[in-house]
Design a protein around this ligand. Structure first.
Ligand SMILES: [Zn+2]
Length: 189
């Protein structure tokens, strides 16, 4: 489609998890109600807004850049996720991550689909944890958050089928997935 924006395939793709895509769409369009936005609304002087700080690291008001993934808590999540996503060279700055994702947006390679699933899951669960800490007394450690990100993506991978290739062998090994997920040769079309 000619008018399609370049990030469509970053946010919406056939293997995507809908609630993760929705958060990605909000991030890409800068529509999350982060604290920097709330402070700008209250420029007229509600003092409470000036006391807001990131619920993950408490260093200052959160923002899109801060949460994805410059925040001290979120950057440690990102450091684990990016290795699994084959994005080890990519910094923890959203623009760099987004630019990389746009480059692979329409790729059908398993590793690229997995990278998109991982970034979406990381963004979703960091935002979820940020809200959980703001509005409840519950909190998850960094290790627990990384676990839930990986196990959610792994569950998704178990519903997918892969073409037989060296790369597929590696993906199945990396994720401890059964070989039954490889398409039979006569399904390869
Ligand atoms: Zn923070």
């Amino acid at each position: 489609m000619q008018n399609e924006v370049p990030w469509v395939g970053v946010v919406w793709f056939s293997q995507a998890i809908p609630r993760h895509s929705f958060v990605m769409w909000l991030i890409v369009n800068r529509k999350l109600k982060t604290q920097d936005v709330m402070q700008a609304w209250s420029a007229s002087g509600n003092a409470n807004f000036n006391l807001m700080c990131c619920s993950l690291c408490t260093s200052g008001p959160d923002s899109h850049e801060h949460l994805f993934f410059e925040c001290g808590y979120a950057s440690e999540i990102w450091n684990e996720v990016k290795v699994k996503a084959d994005m080890g060279e990519i910094s923890n700055q959203w623009q760099a991550i987004f630019d990389y994702l746009v480059g692979i947006a329409n790729s059908k390679k398993a590793s690229h689909v997995i990278a998109k699933l991982l970034v979406s899951a990381a963004a979703y669960f960091v935002w979820d944890e940020r809200n959980r800490r703001l509005f409840t007394t519950k909190r998850r450690s960094k290790a627990q958050l990384v676990d839930v990100i990986f196990s959610t993506v792994r569950l998704k991978l178990q519903t997918m089928r892969f073409r037989r290739s060296v790369q597929t062998e590696r993906v199945l090994r990396d994720w401890s997935l059964p070989r039954g997920l490889i398409l039979a040769d006569d399904d390869n079309g």
